[in-house]
Ligand binder design. Sequence first.
Ligand SMILES: [Zn+2]
Length: 438
Amino acid sequence: MEEFIGRQVVLSQARVQELNDPHFYIRPAMSIEKHVTCQRCGSQLAKAEHRLPSGKYFCSVCLKFGKLTSDDRLVSIIESPDSQLPREVLLTWQGSLTTLQQTITDRLLQSLQAGRDSLLWAVTGSGKTEMIFPLIHSVLAKGGRVCVTSPRIDVCRELYPRLKSAFVLETVLLLHGNSEESYCYRKLTICTTHQLLHFYQAFDLIIVDEIDAFPYEGDQMLRYGLKQALHLNGRLIYLTATPPLHLIREVEATFAIEKLPVRFHKRPLIVPECHWYLRWESCYKKPSRMKKFLKLLRELLQDNDVLVFCPSLSYMDALCRATSRFFAADIITSVHAEDENRKEKVEKMRQKKYRILFTSTILERGVTFERVSVIVMGANHAVFSKSALVQIAGRVDRKGAYHHGRVLFFYNQNTQAMRQAKKEIKEMNALAKKVGDT
Ligand SMILES: [Zn+2]
């Protein structure tokens, strides 16, 4: 029975007839009107293209979660708020919040208690994860169920040990596409936003970390999944360092928006330096075109290791190869999303075994390195949105003592994204100064 609580389990009609318990809530997997609407993922489907030879319909959008046809049923058990009993929940986190973090956390708690959703707009390196512990605690202590979700697997993986040690007496469930752990009912769940498609009116609180990250951003199915997974009286908290304008517009009337402009160590965000680079796209082809890159790279290496963000894989490979000719081979490597050795390479970079790491945008968020500077090759490329540039700049000077970390944008066309990124970083620094002065 437990595997049905807050889930939407796909069963055939025949299997459903065997269930004779009034607790089951059973819905058709698809509603058929002018279009076919998939109840699992919310997609509207044209009838002609989704009709099987048997006359049944199927959903092509959420196929990767298992085949779903109009003959299937979605079976759930919905937990009633009355069945939730207060319990003792121990927050075992030993750290403490700064005064400003505490003030904002108190406001988030007030909103939660008043039944209002919130957006926490906290700059990179502000320590927002620790701020959610009291929020999770308050819901768990009332007997409620909490989910911390993120579009990015890396972020979920990083959250898992931190939440486990903050609530050592709780059993935390981690779910993502590659996880070996199978589903079981838990009061505290961490999962990717994709996994929410398996839940139905499950959580009293869903905290979405990095809400603006790919693939959630712009994906209607994942948005639908989030809303479906939330209990009817449940609350949402969005966390991000870089909310896109459309998200702010979407939530400003109904959500409480809390801004945290100060980094945990109280130093300002590093403002990007923009360097004109005429032929950055083909610089790897000729040593003369590499000069500018190599000169600044060597300059940065005097103080820190360097992450070099590249707009495409082919470009990254070519530039990495060309750069290797000028440095000892064992201090340089590259990494991208499909790289089998991604975890090992990131770990070795953290351990200072590499000094130069070429990367796609995969490392733009969710990872912390000490003592790094960053270079963005072709910051004017379309792949570097304002959010991506702010996140990339946020990799620098996150942790430890100050080591003159720098952020360099190489470009040959000034884009709106670059201008906005720089403006937003400066505005947050100004706000931090104001908050710090009061
Ligand atoms: Zn579907």
